[in-house]
Design a protein around this ligand. Structure first.
Ligand code: ABN
Length: 679
């Protein structure tokens, strides 16, 4: 059995949307496309045929690493927005491995059926696909050095040894031509046994392309490998004694008797005044584009964001000793949030009336396959939107809020990340990531307590400290193009006590300044995306959206470290850069590229002085010192960033929502005074 049993089946079952009612819909007609729709199965096939033909004319042997939509450039899309008959060309983008050695980028014009670009990229190491990761299990179990390392630990049955394959980035021992992976081995006593309770005291490094194992590193104390922890720590119900202490909880049913309140036309989603396109690709997973909100006062759709996407997920571990010092996972850049996405299950992953969208991707041969139910769209009740009790009039007015959630869940080896893009009735967008799954564990000598760089979560098992940094790419269009960003701090007034504007010393102000990009919790720092060309007619301030990002610890690896070099983007909670076509990733297109040793922070900021077509990268996340409670299974922990209207509307958008009928109103007596009566 391989460590990635969720590898999707290769037969194409559908090539379009899977509606929550009725039969599967097959949209494979190019004329029906929205320009931002992901490639369909037949488009993938067409692109692959053209690419293969071109490869054979050039006499090169290729393997597909990525085959996805090449989105129309912003200017092309804007033309289409003005005149929908001006459909931009449908294009595919592919990354290929040339054998031997070499990476090629290809752009295919599907309408003209031609290859528009065929470009060799030097020194780039593209992401590891699920097929690449599976190689580690295949070669590990039969390698004599690995078998010997297992034998020293008393393991004879190699079918019970499992390997988590991780990208290792750059290792000075080998040159850049190699696509390295490191294998973290575990043991299972039975198929559902939690392997992270049985980490093995060695790792190995392999070359993905040549399938060679380059080194096996054994973790020894006094010359002997640390024994495998034998205790079982299971979460699978089949392997646990049922609990008798609690009475089973009574079911909570979510019913939507009249169905959902959102509509989908192809991939264009409308709900409660919002309109947006829902896309999906190999690397970013969900992409939301062309997002607008209907302003009921102004009676027009007002643009909010041109594009929202996750631009990076980075997990640097803080353990200093080889071989575990090499753990620094760029889940999006090294493995792909699209590629690792789950097939979602109703009732478990989500409740209520659900609309699912399938994802169509390509395998290493350029053949399409489908991940069913990859994107989930649903509504949830979101508590109180507003409420006020008017004690004097004896009236209560309140309205319920609601969330529209567009989500996907990815499994990144031991960890599971749930991405929830949600919109609420007052024009707020939030990206919440829930982190769950299992801690990455390593063996600890039975005489040791975990060092300060980790937590001993069970006998002979430690889990290392780590950070989870996410980067949200916001391409803003707050009431039109040409936005800018200001840093906002809550500060005591600069006027001395007794001065005209601070006579009692209690005045405080919001100080806005150009973005420096650091977090300052003491100042309650936030940022505002502003449209300097549009003033709010009531308060006379530029219309804007606030970025609320209060959980960010900053990158803890020091400047000069390898981790910092590869993840400099994570050092600041916000970057504002001038828009460039095809710049989607905070750590560049290829994580392991020499030009990528540092995203040039200062330069990036330079690029965005003033207002214009800007892009904002917002870093947020969790610094995780593992708790005992996080093992053997992690209760989900959440990290979020919120974009909230700020002087954007001329009135409270809550007024546009019908309040809940106040059933008790006729019986409630007005109070004569706000004070409680004494008897
Ligand atoms: N957590 C690192 C990782 C992610 C995906 C696949 C393998 C390893």
């Amino acid at each position: 059995m391989e460590p990635f049993p969720r590898f999707p089946s290769m037969d194409v079952q559908s090539a379009g949307n899977n509606l929550f009612t009725g039969p599967m819909q097959i949209i494979d007609d190019r004329a029906c496309h929205h320009p931002l729709d992901p490639l369909t199965a037949s488009e993938i096939r067409e692109a692959a045929i053209l690419i293969r033909k071109s490869a054979s004319t050039r006499n090169v042997t290729i393997k597909f690493n990525c085959l996805t939509l090449r989105e129309p450039r912003k200017n092309e899309y804007q033309k289409y927005r003005q005149e929908v008959s001006k459909l931009p060309y449908r294009r595919a983008f592919a990354i290929l491995h040339q054998s031997p050695g070499g990476v090629i980028e290809v752009v295919v014009n599907l309408d003209a059926a031609v290859i528009e670009e065929w470009k060799r990229v030097e020194d780039a190491v593209p992401l590891l696909t699920l097929e690449d990761l599976d190689i580690i299990g295949q070669i590990g179990r039969s390698d004599p050095r690995v078998i010997e390392a297992c034998r020293k630990l008393g393991i004879c049955d190699m079918s019970k040894v499992y390997f988590d394959a991780w990208s290792i980035g750059l290792d000075k021992r080998w040159d850049r031509e190699r696509r390295l992976q490191q294998a973290l081995p575990y043991y299972r006593f039975s198929p559902n046994d939690n392997q992270y309770a049985h980490p093995l005291a060695f790792t190995f490094i392999a070359d993905t392309e040549s399938r060679e194992i380059l080194s096996v590193d054994i973790i020894c104390v006094d010359g002997d490998p640390i024994p495998m922890p034998l205790e079982e720590h299971n979460y699978h119900p089949a392997l646990r004694e049922p609990h008798s202490a609690f009475a089973p909880l009574k079911p909570i049913q979510i019913t939507q008797p009249n169905g959902v309140s959102f509509k989908m036309k192809g991939n264009v989603l409308s709900w409660a005044g919002y309109r947006m396109h829902v896309g999906f690709n190999v690397r970013e997973g969900i992409v939301l584009s062309d997002i607008s909100f209907y302003d009921r006062d102004e009676e027009r759709h007002r643009s909010l964001f041109y594009r929202l996407s996750v631009a990076k997920t980075e997990v640097p571990y803080g353990y200093p000793k080889v071989p575990h010092s090499g753990k620094q996972a760029f889940d999006l850049g090294e493995y792909g949030l699209g590629l690792m996405t789950n097939s979602l299950r109703p009732g478990c992953d989500f409740k209520g009336a659900i609309k699912y969208i399938d994802a169509v991707m390509a395998d290493s041969q350029g053949d399409p396959y489908v991940v069913r139910n990859a994107i989930c769209i649903h509504e949830e009740d979101n508590g109180i939107l507003f409420k006020h009790t008017d004690c004097r009039a004896g009236k209560v007015v309140s309205a319920r809020d609601r969330k529209l959630i567009i989500s996907q869940i990815v499994t990144a080896a031991n960890y599971d990340y749930c991405f929830y893009h949600s919109f609420t009735l007052d024009g707020t967008y939030e990206l919440e990531v829930k982190l769950t799954g299992i801690l990455n564990t390593t063996v600890l000598h039975p005489t040791n307590l975990a060092q300060s760089q980790g937590t001993k979560v069970a006998r002979s098992i430690t889990a290392h400290n780590k950070q989870h940094v996410f980067s949200l790419r916001v391409d803003p269009e707050v009431d039109g193009a040409n936005n800018m960003v200001m840093e906002c701090d809550a500060r005591p007034s600069l006027d001395a006590i007794g001065a005209q504007f601070n006579p009692y010393g209690d005045a405080f102000v919001c100080q806005k300044s150009p973005v420096q990009g650091s977090s300052d919790a003491a100042l309650g720092r936030w940022w505002e995306i502003l449209n300097p060309a549009r003033m709010n007619p009531v308060c006379g301030k530029p219309v804007g959206y606030k970025i609320i990002n209060s959980q960010y610890a900053g990158l803890l690896a020091q400047t000069g470290s390898n981790v910092h070099g590869r993840a400099a983007f994570a050092a600041k909670p916000i970057w504002v850069v001038r828009y460039e076509d095809d710049e989607f990733f905070t750590a560049r297109d290829y994580i392991h590229h020499p030009g990528n040793q540092a995203i040039e922070g200062e330069v990036a900021l330079e690029r965005a002085k003033g207002s214009g077509d800007i892009v904002v990268f917002v870093q947020f996340g969790v610094t995780h010192f593992p708790r005992k409670e996080d093992f053997p299974i992690m209760p989900s922990e959440s990290a979020k960033v919120t974009l909230r209207a700020s002087d954007f509307f001329s009135t409270s958008p809550a007024l546009w929502i019908t309040p809940v009928a106040d059933e008790l109103e006729k019986d409630r007596k007005p109070r004569s005074s706000g004070r409680p009566r004494t008897i």
